[in-house]
Design a protein. Sequence first.
Lengths: 475, 199
Amino acid sequence: MTEPTSSGPSALKGWLVFGAVLVAVLVIGLILATVLERRAEASKGQRTLQPIGAWESDSSKWGVNWPHQYASWKATSEKDTATKHGGSYQHDLLAIDTNNVILFAGYAFSKDYKQARGHFYAVQDVQETGRDISTKPGTCWTCKSPDVPRLMAQMGPAKFYDTPAKDLYNEIKTSIGCADCHNPDTMALTITRPALIEAFERQGKDITQSSHQEMRTLVCAQCHVEYYFKKDEAKGQKAYLTFPWDKGTGVEDMDAYYDEKQFTDWTHPISGAKMIKMQHPDYEVYTKGIHAYRNVSCADCHMPYKTEGGQKFTDHHVQSPLLNISNSCAVCHRWSEDDIRSRVESIQDKVHHGRLVAEEALCKAHFDIAACKQAGATDEELADVRKTVRKAQLRWDYVAANNGMGFHAPQECQRILADAADMAQQCRVACARILAKHSVTDPVVYPDWSTKEKAQDLIKHFGKDGTPPSLLQAH
Amino acid sequence: MLKYLLCLGFVPSAWKLPIMIALGTFAGLGILTIHVSRAPSYLSDSPETCMNCHVMTQAYVTWNHSSHRNVATCNDCHVPHDSVVRQYAFKAKDGMRHASMFTLRMEPQVIQLSSGAVPVVEQNCRRCHEQLVGEIHAREWTPGDNRCWDCHREVPHGRVSSLSTAFDINAPKLPGVLDDPHKMQTGGREPRPTKETKP
């Protein structure tokens, strides 16, 4: 018997084995593929949502149901977010631009003025700021935490505002999160802060009639707006959070509003002018720009849609669109990231230039008024120039305090900065006339405020008990 | 000779069974992979092929709602048509790039034409719209010139475009592994006209 080397039956047997194995692998593989397919089918669109309690301020509880959104919200803790003119990382605005020290002299912003960080740090930033809030009303907490709507529901907004901020320290634990903008049952966007609802009511508008696209802006407008603490003795309110929009959201409208209310944030120690501090009128400025005109919401650029593994969701990492150009800008503006960045930065550079021009004129205007006083001018003589410098600085601050270096409405910001610079220079012309009346024809001698330390030291001398340096040339 | 190969004459007989089992396994897995990944579809012109991975869903959906859906498929615009060799070479190169990016999860949220794809698409605009281009005496494209879509911005994928623009629900569903691979659900729309019924 010889080995069957190439005989028929054995070769056939071999190929039969081959064929049988091939079919078996194919069948097992197809079964496996359908099992996976059916399993994916079953899990798709079927998710058990954990109930979220009313006023649940802990965002991680919401995160159980909405992991993508929660993870992206957590990314607001990132700190390496510098852009050319901003970014949500802590930087000292007094050291970067020492004019701020002069312009906010006598106000807490001249002591400490840092760029706020992301939503994740809202509470921590308030606890750490040099603008001590321990003596301030509870109103200061209004925008910082989803614990606020809960407390307001318990005690009512008026009582919340009147409670001293330090008494609320233990109640306010979580930073800006889900419950600030979302209804826990339906996840629909909702307005949780009464000040915005009331501002709409006073303008005869019903905020509940807003469309979803409008709400994608209005939830931000609960906080990113100009506001003041209204005193109403008849109602016994000391610091009721109010938006000055009764005449409109333009800078002239707010100026007229504050004049009518005779409201003043602080008296400037250098010029003696009664000043207004603009907060961050992001929403108001945005409404004057091309993106608002085209119905593009805050969320469209700052929280663009994103897909991960075929799942579409809103990116809750609220940040400068310049840190996320392709997702936010390039969806409509189909250029390269570099093209878009250089275009935006060139617009911001121009606004920045206008801002510095206005600042320089404003600082000098404050010193010119102080020089008039030193030359013997009376408060009566200085009443008009003080009013002008208040109006000029309010306009400059409407642009300067606004995030985005004017990008929210570039033309409007340039117009306002032009007005601010013009008013400040008019103020200086009037001061020159007043000085001449008091026999001073030499130029005013300006002190040095080129560093933060020099500037902070300088403004101390203009206080009630200080002895300011002479601004008049010695003869 | 053929018989020698078929009967594995070069293999010691004790190894024949294990080798046949191994060969069968590899062949089975190979066929399975080709089937599950819908590999044969890549040789076709069917636009549904481009949606095998969900990244192209929005491109498909926007095209499927545009006037171009009646006259041009993905390949008509996105691969060159001047020679069959170039056509398949380009398709293979682009395909490998897409497959690698998708597998490594490196796809950008906003997909734009690559520098290699730009002249191809421009050529194809001109190829079909030859008469119009001739009438306006459009010259050959030279650096600094605009592309067709610098003005015709909405053709055919719309003005606003990112991976999130279209919901997956608007796209036809890919057939399951046991379904007829040619059967494509149309996502509620009438079936696309076939080449023969083109106007």
